[in-house]
Structure formats: C-alpha cells, structure tokens
Design a protein around this ligand. Structure first.
Ligand SMILES: [Zn+2]
Length: 188
C-alpha cells in the first residue's frame, strides 16, 4: 500500500516549496504533443532523451501507444492538444521491449477469470458485439504498431490536414530514437 507514503512525501514537497522549479502554464512551449507508452522505464528517460522540460509538451500515454478506436480518449486528447492547447506537431513514440509486444488478450481474460470475473460476463460482452480479446490484444511489431497509430491519426477526419504526425521508436535502455515515419512529407 503506497498511498500514505505518497501523501507524506507530498506534504513535505509542498511545505518546502519544491514545486517552484516546475511552475509554468498549460500551453506547451515546444508546441508538440507526444503519444507514447506507459512503460515505467520511460517516465523520466523519454522527456530527458528529447530535452523536454516541464511545460514543453503535452504527453498522452497508454499501454503500448496503441490506438484501437479513432473515437476513443487518445484521439480526443490529441485533438484537444492541437485545437485548444496549441500543439502543432504530433509524435507517436513506441519503444523496444514493450510489454504489449506479443501481449495476448486471451491470456488476460484467463487471468481476469482467475481473479473472479465470470465467463458469463465475457460472453455477455461478446454478445453485445465487443470483441474483448481483440480489444486487449497487443502487437507483433512495434514499428508496424507505430505506423498503425500514426495512420489512424493522420487519416482522422477531425485532424487539420497541415498537422505533421511523426512515428518513432525509442530504446528504453539508451533513450536512442529511431524514426519510423516523418510527418512533414505527408501533409498537404
Ligand atoms: Zn510499452
């Protein structure tokens, strides 16, 4: 249980005014929005490897930097970043050794059932047209997955056509970035 420990630290943080070094406003100074994976190794490495400080960029994350639904919360966040928060470019950053590579939706369902979720519940969702297994499924190739996420964003009917959307893969050990696809050539 971590809550008490976190709150205790937080009270000290606040009392000693350690927040002052982080103060900024809500608009990104670098005018970019990054969509990446929630991997713990990227928490500090990703911004530091890109020289991104507090206030520089919007960062949206989920498991694997995967967009399953063009009208889900990830795409909504990206659109809000572009239209309301002055982000001009979008970077999708997957990473090597991602937990979602080869991740099995079927195995997750099995684990959920071991933890008390009933088979009937899964069946009910399936009957309602929700492909639970596919919804939970990861990817086979991080580059392909990044390309797919980039494709969903670039082709989104609500994204301004002049918004460059880039795809990259980061090494979670060294922070080295490789470009999968550059957005500048694709805009019109
Ligand atoms: Zn990951």
């Amino acid at each position: 249980m971590y809550l008490d420990e976190l709150i205790e630290f937080n009270q000290e943080f606040s009392k000693e005014k350690k927040y002052i070094q982080y103060q900024t406003d809500k608009f990104p100074d670098k005018r970019i929005v990054i969509f990446s994976c929630m991997d713990t190794r990227l928490v500090e490495l990703l911004p530091n490897a890109l020289n991104i400080k507090n206030g520089d960029a919007k960062i949206v994350k989920n498991a694997g930097a995967i967009i399953k639904n063009p009208f889900g919360s990830i795409m909504r966040s990206l659109l809000v970043a572009v239209y309301a928060l002055k982000a001009d470019e979008i970077l999708v950053i997957g990473h090597h050794d991602c937990g979602m590579k080869g991740f099995s939706g079927k195995q997750l369902i099995e684990k959920a059932m071991q933890r008390g979720v009933q088979k009937e519940t899964i069946n009910t969702l399936e009957y309602a047209g929700i492909d639970v297994e596919q919804w939970l499924e990861g990817f086979e190739s991080v580059e392909d997955s990044v390309e797919h996420s980039v494709g969903v964003i670039r082709n989104h009917p609500l994204l301004p056509k002049d918004t460059p959307v880039h795809g990259l893969v980061i090494d979670p050990n060294t922070g080295k970035l490789d470009i999968v696809t550059k957005g500048y050539e694709k805009i019109n």
